[in-house]
Design a protein around this ligand. Structure first.
Ligand SMILES: Nc1ncnc2c1ncn2[C@@H]1O[C@H](COP(=O)(O)OP(=O)(O)O)[C@@H](O)[C@H]1O
Ligand SMILES: [Mg+2]
Length: 150
């Protein structure tokens, strides 16, 4: 249990997951990494529907993405500020792409031993369902996944 990955979307459940991960890390001497994935609608999506994307939109996309990454980094920082992580190595990273894919890739590439994540995210509609990102991570992860309710 050396390395713990915590996918954060800013939701209450994901913040509780971070707290849980830190409490485990304190007992096992693990390090913790928070990851947030940002996504912009792809150009292929518009092409599929035959919608011509304006040049200005193409140009703005890079700017939007940069801005989004900056904002998400700020969110991660403010979440970190609320955490009591004394004596723990706590890292953060913002990635771009499809959330579950990025989470799964990172967990494999950097050999994480445990993923701790929320049961629901920001699109919370029905309590009955597990979130779609959580579902994909649970079914494809190479390591154990601990799911925290909000
Ligand atoms: N973009 C994201 N980046 C990082 N983690 C995410 C992201 N989206 C969801 N998660 C993780 O997945 C959990 C459940 O969210 P999700 O599966 O998206 O549920 P919902 O369908 O309710 O939004 C969150 O608590 C968080 O841990
Ligand atoms: Mg979600």
């Amino acid at each position: 249990m050396k390395k713990i990955l915590v996918p954060i979307d800013g939701s209450k459940a994901s913040r509780k997951a971070a707290e849980q991960a830190i409490s485990i890390a304190k007992q096992f001497g693990s390090e913790v990494k928070l990851v947030t994935v940002v996504n912009l609608p792809s150009e292929e999506k518009y092409a599929f529907f035959g919608v011509n994307v304006q040049n200005a939109f193409y140009a703005n996309r890079k700017e939007m993405l940069k801005e989004l990454i900056t904002q998400e980094s700020k969110m991660l920082k403010s979440i970190i500020n609320t955490l009591d992580y004394a004596d723990i190595k706590l890292d953060k990273i913002v990635l771009e792409g499809v959330a579950y894919e990025q989470i799964l890739n990172l967990s494999k590439e950097e050999n994480f031993d445990l993923i701790v994540m929320g049961r629901r995210g920001f699109s919370h509609i029905e309590r009955f369902f597990i979130g779609s990102v959580t579902q994909r991570v649970i079914s494809d992860a190479h390591c154990p996944v601990l799911v925290v309710n909000e």
